[in-house]
Design a protein around this ligand. Structure first.
Ligand code: ATP
Length: 341
């Protein structure tokens, strides 16, 4: 971003005069911090003399004409709230040319000239098509607990989700210790193991099953055989829902088949991980991204995702953000293995 440059400041001033009204919406799965992000978008836009319209339930609301005017007070007292006050939805109709044409017509009749979309890969894809077909510019912000979006080190909601899961593991640890049990904790992550890896490391897990890493089942069986589980009074094993074994229940079944005498319990954390008040880290990230999304629109950008990499704000083309994937650091996988035994 060049928002501090003189030329860029001039361009922003120019665009302030040209652009009058923008829309903001949340799309796909909800994530803690989305509200902080909406607040930042609204207040930055108002500061730059833009009107802001909230679009309810993502693309579905665009098609169904669910628009609300937002002012500074509309986003008061939401920074600490989980979920999204704008609601979110998955919208099949928007995947069709006709659905997008209806959405574009509604946006134009509302006088909305540009959009800020808070969501994941699918939401970026929809926004890209909307621009290609109807020339409505959009800047995307990564709102998903999975942290699996390319172009940013962290996504909005990830920090809250892992802290929620670690808090649950700390509680499970107390009861596991009392009963000498093996506890399997299933966390979210269908395709990516960012949550599993972070939760496993910070929860002190003895095993971590993530989609990116193969062979954890045989490693844990071998480890239990070697130690006879004598080395530890209890074990916590974290399993991503998308692991090759098919989740924690499948791992439990295999462990019971292998060791008839061990006491295994499974906890599936599920949607608990999506809820709750966003952490300070997520609120700062969401605010920073929301603020920069409006600046990017004012600087004339479109079809780009805003992210933070190495502490710097970066813009990534939607095509690149959608097409590339971010992988769990292999060093972390190796480290987790060494620290767990
Ligand atoms: P999450 O990571 O939480 O799943 P997401 O943004 O990837 O977030 P999706 O359900 O994949 O969630 O996408 C959100 C919405 O974006 C879809 O319901 C649909 O309306 C729109 N969308 C997704 N893919 C496309 C596509 N190929 N063409 C047009 N619109 C799409």
């Amino acid at each position: 971003m060049k928002a501090d440059d003189c030329s860029s400041a001039f361009f922003v001033l120019l665009c302030e005069r040209i652009m009058k009204r923008i829309g903001v919406f949340t799309s796909g799965g909800d994530a803690p911090g989305m509200n902080a992000c909406v607040r930042a978008v609204v207040r930055t836009a108002l500061y730059h003399k833009l009107e802001v319209v909230g679009i309810k339930r993502g693309y579905q609301g665009m098609i169904d004409n669910e628009f609300i005017e937002l002012n500074s007070r509309s986003v008061a007292n939401i920074i600490q709230m989980g979920g999204t006050v704008l609601k979110t939805a998955r919208c099949e109709a928007f995947r069709t040319v006709e659905g997008r044409a209806r959405a574009a017509a509604n946006l134009k009749s509302q006088g909305i000239e540009a959009l800020v979309c808070i969501g994941g890969n699918g939401s970026y894809t929809g926004a890209l098509k909307l621009y290609q077909e109807h020339k409505i510019p959009t800047i995307g912000l990564p709102g998903t607990i999975d942290n699996d979006l390319f172009g940013t080190d962290f996504t909005i909601g990830y920090d809250t989700a892992i802290n929620t899961a670690v808090d649950a593991i700390d509680k499970i640890r107390d009861t596991a210790d009392s009963h000498n049990r093996v506890f399997l904790v299933e966390v979210m992550g269908r395709d990516a193991g960012f949550i599993g890896m972070a939760v496993g490391i910070s929860g002190g897990a003895e095993g971590i099953f993530i989609p990116e890493d193969r062979g954890e089942m045989s490693r844990i069986i071998e480890h239990f055989k070697r130690t006879g589980r004598r080395s530890k009074a209890f074990s916590i094993i974290v399993v991503s829902e998308g692991d090759e074994e098919g989740g924690a229940k499948a791992v439990e079944k295999k462990l019971k088949e292998e060791f008839t005498d061990i006491n295994v319990r499974t906890t599936i954390l599920g949607h608990i991980q999506r809820g709750g008040s966003p952490t300070a880290k997520d609120r700062v990230l969401a605010s920073q991204l929301g603020y920069n999304a409006v600046l990017a629109l004012l600087e004339g950008y479109t079809s780009k995702a805003v992210g933070i990499q190495g502490g710097n704000v970066v813009l990534t083309d939607f095509e690149e953000a959608i097409g590339k994937s971010k992988k769990v650091n292999p060093d972390l996988i190796r480290m987790a293995e060494i620290l767990s035994y």
